[in-house]
Design a protein around this ligand. Structure first.
Ligand SMILES: *[C@@H]1O[C@H](CO)[C@@H](O)[C@H](O)[C@H]1NC(C)=O
Ligand SMILES: *[C@@H]1O[C@H](CO)[C@@H](O)[C@H](O)[C@H]1NC(C)=O
Ligand SMILES: *[C@@H]1O[C@H](CO)[C@@H](O)[C@H](O)[C@H]1NC(C)=O
Ligand SMILES: *[C@@H]1O[C@H](CO)[C@@H](O)[C@H](O)[C@H]1NC(C)=O
Ligand SMILES: *[C@@H]1O[C@H](CO)[C@@H](O)[C@H](O)[C@H]1NC(C)=O
Ligand SMILES: *[C@@H]1O[C@H](CO)[C@@H](O)[C@H](O)[C@H]1NC(C)=O
Ligand SMILES: *[C@@H]1O[C@H](CO)[C@@H](O)[C@H](O)[C@H]1NC(C)=O
Length: 650
């Protein structure tokens, strides 16, 4: 007999695991507050499966280009798409020399095309694309245009070797890397940081992983780096270092817990959040660790630059030559050998770059397997600017996270596709949309889903979503769209910093004509139940940050049992004392809310003679109970509780 009971319990356990993998568990830290379905997203299906997609958005226009296999789509951020020609996997789309420059694998013969978009898209020129596009889409590549120059990293050989970051085309000289500078690199991102007052000193930052030259068994096999080169670098003289970067320096980018020597070494993605003053530019870097956790670290460009200007050069003992290696000079061909020799042989900095915003720990550590990060800035109703991190998981969901001083608050999770991993992601900040590419389709996710928090002022405030605020029109977006621009809409009730709903009542006292804030979802049911039967009540979970309790007859309360997106109260066998009123209450911050209410009444004896309308929900398996699918599981729960009781007595 014992064996049977155990197997029942095991079965039950399995069912629970399967049911709860897609919904977070209440009471855990670092989970999304709300789970939103993707009904406010706009979906554009592709005609064919795409193994690789790439997005490009010109800085000045509200259009978006998508490159896939045999296709380049020009997409109006709101809806339309226009198809153009090509015959391969498009890897690079850049604006270059006043036209659209597109490169692809072209059947393992990388090729680039200049497209002109007048009446229809036309190829006006084509070029050899080795070093700009890889041979196959699974190989690493990267591209960037800076003032009409094209920078790229792509392998020079079919097997993926000779991967380098170069200046490849444009007005300035083509410049290459010295091959000993990096070991089996994977380039993740490159970014040009503009300096309005000091363009000669502008640098291009390159974020990558490479093989660790430290082969000791405890060392991580891979290491994350940031390197930088000067925009004005034209390489060395004819005699030494011709067409080679004279300003290349690299440093280790550290993310983790330095006190415990616990590091996240595998760089996954980088988003550079540019600022008016270059010193305020921030780098958001997403890492994974050898133990499969993910972390986000934030660095400031000013700190990165300072390290390159002050650190010793690894392995170099001599006096630091003048000009200091790595300094941007207008005539790099005239640099002295002493400077160039340090760059050539000691391009690595001795010091490490630590996260500057949160020095002792990452901003965020998680067990979610995040693969991509994008950061938007939004002005909330309190007129402060907030940073919003949009993190993509490997299972097709997007987490929208609010960056607070030293933590991340996960506002919501949106499931876009359960079919495949996210391939590419780009922010259309002015339109407040996130464009997400999958193998089968593309989604445009609305970053201001304020109607989801429209049930009450409290819900709008608890959402902690800086894109939204409570006004007389309900929960509405703080950014107002017009045809040409987005403008900030002042006012509205919100409390991003403290998440206290008391701001709602305070505002209510000021104006008298507010509607009653009874939530629409509240339903009170009178239910007839027989003595001795098992019974359950169910309550919808809205916020995974709230605690839910069941209150019986206004006093005894019990925590709820979570089953997916619902909270249950289980009664193994109805007794006389089990009847009466039950309320499911949610509490979050300073807000307590009645979610649902039941009135359990003893079932009259003559069941059949009662009009069916009064027997509202006796049959819990009936159609009107949308939790019907749960019933079998709930019966299992009830049974197992009973069995456990028997088991305990044995
Ligand atoms: C693209 O993906 C499909 C399905 O995953 C696969 O069958 C096909 O071989 C892939 N194509 C290439 C060129 O790798
Ligand atoms: C498009 O522009 C290109 C280059 O400016 C020109 O050669 C071509 O004739 C134009 N095509 C059309 C259809 O206007
Ligand atoms: C990390 O994930 C990989 C791939 O899913 C798996 O093979 C490996 O065992 C995991 N490592 C740990 C420490 O969980
Ligand atoms: C995380 O996602 C990446 C990309 O899809 C995948 O390669 C990796 O195996 C995943 N890691 C774990 C632990 O599942
Ligand atoms: C994705 O999820 C939806 C609803 O949750 C389901 O109907 C659909 O079958 C799922 N698709 C796949 C491929 O699993
Ligand atoms: C939000 O609620 C208000 C009433 O408070 C209503 O006028 C408005 O239409 C609602 N908005 C949405 C998007 O449902
Ligand atoms: C519960 O049932 C009792 C008795 O029928 C009734 O007096 C009471 O108003 C009901 N309460 C609710 C909330 O339906």
């Amino acid at each position: 007999m014992q064996g049977l009971y155990l197997s029942i319990l095991l079965d039950l356990h399995l069912t629970f695991c399967m049911m709860t993998t897609t919904t977070p568990s209440l009471g855990l830290k670092g989970i999304p507050r709300r789970i939103l379905n993707g009904d406010t997203t706009h979906k554009v299906p592709y005609q064919t499966h795409q193994n690789h997609t790439v997005f490009f958005r010109p800085e000045t226009k509200d259009v978006l280009y998508l490159g896939g296999t045999n296709l380049v789509l020009k997409i109006d951020v709101d809806t339309n798409d226009v198809e153009g020609p090509c015959e391969n996997v498009i890897m690079v789309i850049q604006e270059f020399q006043d036209s659209l420059f597109v490169c692809g694998t072209n059947g393992q013969k990388p090729q680039c095309w200049k497209l002109v978009h007048n009446q229809s898209t036309e190829i006006v020129e084509s070029y050899e694309g080795t070093g700009i596009s890889p041979y196959v889409y699974t190989q690493n590549s990267l591209s960037l245009t800076v003032e009409g120059d094209l920078y790229a990293a792509a392998p020079l050989e079919h097997d993926g070797s000779y991967l380098q970051f170069r200046r490849k085309a444009g007005g300035r000289t083509n410049v290459w890397m010295y091959e000993k500078w990096v070991l089996e690199p994977t380039f993740v991102a490159a970014s040009w940081v503009k300096r309005n007052q000091d363009p000669e000193n502008e640098k291009i930052y390159i974020f990558f992983r490479e093989k660790n030259s430290d082969n000791s068994p405890e060392a991580d096999p891979w290491i994350t780096r940031v390197a930088r080169v000067c925009k004005v670098d034209e390489g060395g003289s004819k005699r030494f270092f011709q067409n080679t970067w004279t300003s290349f320096l690299k440093a280790r980018l550290v993310c983790g817990f330095p006190k415990e020597s616990l590091y996240f070494n595998h760089l996954r993605d980088v988003y550079v959040l540019h600022a008016e003053d270059w010193r305020d530019t921030r780098v958001y870097a997403l890492f994974t660790s050898s133990w499969n956790a993910t972390a986000v670290c934030v660095y400031s460009i000013a700190d990165i630059d300072k390290l390159f200007e002050t650190s010793a050069f690894k392995g170099y003992e001599g006096d630091i030559p003048d000009p200091r290696p790595g300094t941007c000079v207008t005539n790099s061909r005239g640099l002295p050998y002493t400077t160039l020799n340090v760059v050539k042989d000691h391009s690595e900095m001795s010091e490490w770059i630590h996260s500057s915003i949160h020095p002792l720990a990452p901003l965020y550590v998680s067990n979610y397997n995040y693969t991509k990060v994008v950061v938007d800035q939004v002005q909330a109703a309190d007129e402060h600017m907030y940073n919003i991190l949009l993190l993509a998981t490997d299972t097709g969901t997007i987490h929208k996270c609010l960056e607070l001083d030293s933590e991340l608050f996960i506002i919501s999770e949106t499931q876009l596709s359960n079919r495949s991993a996210i391939q590419s992601m780009i922010l259309a900040s002015r339109k407040k949309k996130l464009i997400v590419g999958f193998a089968e389709d593309m989604f445009s996710l609305d970053l201001q889903p304020c109607q989801k928090y429209n049930s009450s002022c409290a819900e709008c405030v608890l959402s902690r979503d800086p894109y939204c605020a409570w006004t007389q029109n309900g929960c509405t977006s703080t950014v107002v769209m017009s045809d040409s621009s987005a403008s900030f809409h002042r006012g509205g009730i919100q409390n991003i910093k403290e998440q206290q709903t008391s701001v709602c009542t305070a505002a209510l006292e000021g104006s008298q004509s507010r509607r009653e804030s009874t939530p629409a979802s509240l339903d009170s049911e009178t239910v007839y139940v027989m003595l001795g039967v098992s019974f359950y009540m169910s309550c919808q979970i809205d916020s995974y940050h709230a605690t839910y309790t069941w209150v019986h007859q206004g006093h005894s309360s019990s925590p709820c049992q979570q089953l997916g997106p619902r909270c249950l109260h289980l009664i193994t066998a109805m007794e006389h004392g089990s009847y009466g009123n039950y309320k499911c209450m949610s509490k979050e911050q300073d807000h307590t809310r009645l979610v649902t209410e039941y009135n359990l009444t003893k079932q009259p004896i003559l069941l059949a003679s009662l009009p069916s309308s009064t027997l509202k929900t006796y049959n819990r398996c009936g159609k009107r109970n949308n939790a019907a699918a749960l019933v079998s599981h709930v019966e299992w729960v009830a049974m197992s509780v009973a069995f456990m009781a028997i088991f305990a007595r044995l």
